[in-house]
Design a protein around this ligand. Structure first.
Ligand code: AMP
Length: 188
């Protein structure tokens, strides 16, 4: 395996703040040359997000479709490993129900993922049932608390990618909390 990584804060954040790069132009800073299994699709997708070429976008869509194909098998995702602390993550908030940690491929100076600790069928938002209303509300409220903790209360974006058309790559419901720079609209 060959790995090359640079801290986001030293290279990407200043350029994003200065408006030199858009989200889709953030250069790839991690390479993993080992063959990857399906459970690692969550790592594949962000690698591909570093490019905005039609080929890269097609690859990202293909990875999202591959992830969707195994979404309902009940197989653990990369997030289960983070919850169990089997792989490292930079955790910024935790309570009995949810966990928030920094995205491995940040699209802005602040990019945090917020997940329920128990998936309970919530592979994606469209699987939500009435019993999930409490955890969904708790996640949204906690996103506000996390944003405050990050000092971005004056402006941030909450994103849920739902399904392959939205390029969801990890089938464990998660909110993206994104901020620390000027956002553009409409989103891509
Ligand atoms: P989505 O495409 O909406 O399913 O988002 C999945 C997110 O998980 C992407 O933004 C990835 O960068 C992120 N991700 C994947 N693996 C990890 C990891 N090990 N640690 C932190 N974030 C991750």
């Amino acid at each position: 395996m060959a790995a090359l990584s640079f801290p986001f804060s030293s290279i990407q954040a200043p350029l994003l703040r200065a408006g030199k790069w858009s989200c889709s132009q953030i250069p790839r800073t991690r390479m993993n040359l080992k063959p990857l299994g399906l459970s690692q699709i969550g790592i594949l997708a962000p690698i591909r997000r570093g490019f905005s070429s039609p080929r890269a976008l097609a690859d990202e869509e293909a990875a999202a479709k591959a992830a969707a194909a195994v979404a309902e098998t009940g197989a653990p995702t990369i997030f289960d490993k983070i919850i169990k602390k089997e792989i490292p993550a930079t955790i910024v908030y935790e309570d009995a129900k949810v966990l928030a940690f920094r995205d491995i491929n940040p699209q802005a100076p602040v990019h945090i993922l917020l997940i329920p600790k128990i998936r309970d069928g919530l592979t994606q938002l469209s699987k939500a049932e009435p019993r999930h209303a409490e955890i969904l509300g708790h996640m949204l409220y906690t996103a506000k608390v996390v944003a405050e903790g990050e000092g971005i209360s004056e402006g941030y974006r909450i994103v849920i990618n739902n399904g392959p058309s939205a390029c969801q790559s990890v089938y464990h419901l998660h909110l993206h909390i994104i901020g620390g720079r000027q956002m553009k609209w409409p989103a891509g």
